[in-house]
Design a protein around this ligand. Sequence first.
Ligand code: MG
Length: 170
Amino acid sequence: MENIKKSELEIKARKWLKERGVELSDIAELVYYLQAQYHEELKMEDCLYNVDRVLTKREVQNAILTGIQLDVLAEKNLLEEPLQTTIQTDEGLYGIDEIIAFSIVNVYGSIGFTNYGFIDKQKPGILKRLNDRTTGECHTFLDDIVGAIAAAASSRLAHASADEEGSLDN
Ligand code: MG
């Protein structure tokens, strides 16, 4: 299972996350934050493994590329108004960043929604940094995407302890 060749899409999605300052270990820490109380002896490597599996999903890769592309264009001032200002200032009523994130939250079932809502309110770890407006960077989409990947990985982890591991990604 581990040596299946990664698609161009997956390679690019992983590369763009890294380029935007998000390591898989940052997302794994969010999974740990969400799940530690429910799993005795939860290990960081289990969190990391589940994050890695989430990134093999095509809908997740598409959400990452679409969201990051819009963040980058906004950062470079290349969008047209009114989108430029809306995305650059992360306007509260916009909401399309969350809609894109929902396509990720969905992939391992509805537990993901609860996890996403919780982590989006708390903003621990990397989410706090992505929401720091003083950096000049724009992460309007990325913060929701990262929270959603953590939420999906958490539901995957929860299902994996209940079900056969192998059946989850089909
Ligand atoms: Mg956002």
